[in-house]
Design a binder for this molecule. Structure first.
Ligand SMILES: [Zn+2]
Length: 83
């Protein structure tokens, strides 16, 4: 009857913590100074610019959406800096 039967273990959940292969507009990039993953402060929707800062060294930088489009031929985690 299965009164004392153990329930089947839940399916193993795998969370992919790898960074996306290509930077996307709306997701923070790495700090151009120390390569720490950046913190996205705000997005200027009108000009399509992300304003970011580094939680490690407090460097601030901006990244335009147009800059990310031009990265198709560059390595995936090259920092992008516009100051
Ligand atoms: Zn930094």
């Amino acid at each position: 009857m299965g009164l004392f039967k153990k329930p089947a273990p839940p399916a193993e959940v795998v969370i992919d913590l790898r960074e996306p292969a290509r930077p996307e507009f709306g997701k923070p990039t790495r700090c151009p100074q120390c390569s720490t993953p950046g913190y996205l402060d705000r997005i200027d929707i009108r000009n399509r610019v992300m304003h970011q800062r580094c939680p490690s060294c407090w460097h601030r930088w901006t990244t335009a959406e147009d800059d990310l489009v031009d990265l198709d031929d560059t390595p995936s985690h090259a920092p992008i800096a516009r100051s």
